[in-house]
Design a binder for this molecule. Structure first.
Ligand code: NAP
Length: 323
């Protein structure tokens, strides 16, 4: 099958190339999916650069990518929830980095897969799993956001931020979001109080939320984490701060989160999307062959929404396919 691969760590344009690779084998609890679209996430180029080398065993050549949407082709003998022809999406991370989603086919454990929201096309479905699950696990599972909370979301206009601000508001919270000024109008239209992330962030935040906040979703760590933590007022006896980037948040009483595949939560997210309660941010597409450009765009810090690679049209007869 066709895939994009890299054989050593490096910059996308230096190491990523098209290749013919063997189709992945399908384990007893896994499904084989014909990939229609693969979502691009910062973790894809971070892994390619070697930044996650201490966290994952990496087996070269690597097919990058963890987000996908597509059609089930075959199922392992222990699989109960899926059949060939089902339209699905998921977060395909496993403990060994080797077979990713920038390929025509991917084998994924059933626990990482859900039926695709019927209201989404393939590209918007592929844009969803990692960003939405990360936001969900931070706000629901860890921060336990409740009506009346004021929640600070860093990078509120990015992929994770776009889902996080909507989920926090859906949970009844007031939401403050940091972003570049170019994104403030969009945030304000979505009911988020925008704060300029450039310049004197401490002063900007104090002005926006003089009474402090109840919970924080930090995405970049560094000096901003302490700034964010200092804004927290004590509620329910513990520091309600999650960082997606900085283990040091533990020293401040918070939690580091590495989002995990979760079919049940993905199903709940799909349900919210189909009910119109959660919207997928703008998607920019590129063909699979342009994956290196897509990753360079992601590494360069795109300003809004998601990037998705189109892989191929799944079988016409896929159940639940695009309407
Ligand atoms: N631990 C995990 O499980 C996990 C899961 C998902 C993502 N992440 C991490 O979370 C971060 C955001 O991911 P994403 O998918 O939302 O990325 P994204 O879609 O590329 O969005 C990133 C946004 O963040 C803002 N930004 C860029 N650099 C920043 C900085 N140094 N400080 C504050 N804001 C900055 C930019 O917004 P403006 O243009 O408005 O400035 C940009 O649009 C990435 O670093 C990613 O690796 C971690």
């Amino acid at each position: 099958m066709k895939a994009m691969v890299y054989r050593r760590y490096g910059e996308p344009r230096d190491v990523l190339e098209p290749a013919e690779v063997p189709e992945p084998k399908v384990g007893p609890e896994s499904v084989l999916v014909a990939v229609a679209a693969a979502g691009v996430n910062p973790v894809d180029w971070q892994t390619m650069a070697g930044h996650l080398d201490t966290r994952f065993d990496v087996l070269f050549p690597v097919v990058p990518g963890w987000d996908f949407a597509g059609t089930v082709v075959r199922v392992g003998p222990n699989v109960t929830r899926f059949a060939p022809g089902d339209a699905v999406f998921g977060y395909a991370r496993q403990d060994i980095v080797h077979h990713g989603t920038y390929a025509e086919r991917i084998a994924v454990p059933e626990r990482a897969v859900a039926h695709k929201p019927a209201t989404l096309d393939w590209t918007r479905a592929a844009a969803t799993p990692i960003a939405a699950l990360t936001a969900w696990q931070a706000l629901v599972d860890v921060l336990d956001v409740h009506p009346g909370d004021t929640v600070l979301v860093q990078a509120a206009a990015g992929g994770v931020g776009s889902f996080a601000t909507q989920i926090a508001r859906h949970l009844g919270a007031r939401v403050v979001g940091t972003a570049s000024p170019a994104n403030h109008e969009t945030l304000a239209a979505a009911g988020v109080i925008p704060v300029d992330r450039h310049g004197d962030l401490a002063a900007e935040l104090r002005r926006a939320v003089p009474g402090g906040v109840d919970a924080v979703l930090d995405m970049y760590g560094g000096s901003a984490v302490r700034l964010h933590a200092d804004l927290l007022r004590p509620t329910r006896g513990h520091k309600r701060i999650v960082s997606l980037a900085d283990d040091g948040v533990r020293d401040l009483g918070g939690r580091f989160l590495f989002a995990q595949p979760d079919a049940g939560e993905l199903h709940d997210i799909a349900d919210l999307i189909d009910r119109g309660a959660l919207h997928v941010p703008n998607v920019r597409t590129r063909p699979l062959a342009e994956a290196a450009h897509a990753l360079a765009d992601s590494a360069g810090g795109m300003t809004q929404g998601k990037i998705v690679l189109t892989v191929r049209e799944p079988a016409e007869d896929a159940r639940g396919a695009d309407s």
